[in-house]
Design a protein around this ligand. Sequence first.
Ligand code: PEP
Length: 254
Amino acid sequence: MRRPFVAANWKMHKTVQETVAYARDFVPRVEAVTDVDIVIAPPFLALSALVEATANSRVRVAAQTVHAESHGAFTGEVSLGMLKGSGVTLVIIGHSERRHLFGETDAGVNAKTQATVDAGLTPIVCVGETLEERKSDRTFEVLDRQIRDGLSGLSPDQVAALVVAYEPVWAIGTGRNATPDQADEAHRHIRQQLVSQFGDRAAACRLIYGGSVTPGNVAELRARPQVDGALVGGASLDPASFAEIVAGSRPTAI
Ligand code: PEP
């Protein structure tokens, strides 16, 4: 059985002080949860503080993006060595906001994913179609391209160990989540695509859903066999709300 995986993506929210206060509130709320991987991705500046504040817990810390090169003249960028040195163990790659607002391409996602795996960190690779692509019946075509090009060159074992987040762009930050049927259909398709590209071993890859997940809808999404967890934006900013989402993702909650 695949272990549930729930990650918070804070985007550009929370100062260092707010991050520490959040951790003090959140960590005791999930102390008893031993059957879910719990991850928080704060802004870069708060990474070290969050690593320290969650040191005695099972909560792990992710970056929201990274640069694929190890060092050099890349003003404003952060490397995997820097993340690793700060105790960060996961990286979100190819979030739709990175793709659409900052021009990130499938080739860029591929370079970052390979570099992250090589550095021994876990990538959370985001894929998903826009509303226009869904309406024109191109959802699977887009997902296939993002998976094929974004994960190209990885070994089956490397794919099995990473996390893919299916995040339909039209559901992110809109309050309009995909229905459990839509999420299940997309996850099933992604898993088939992974297996056909990388072999049976890739079926172990965890597929999580992202897009307006809340404490109110997480259980019905997680109840679908292909949905291994959630990537949560807005509803993760409040510690009580994110703790409820973690609780609703436990195998025993389904
Ligand atoms: C996200 O940022 O990845 C996300 C899914 O946001 P929200 O939960 O706010 O839709």
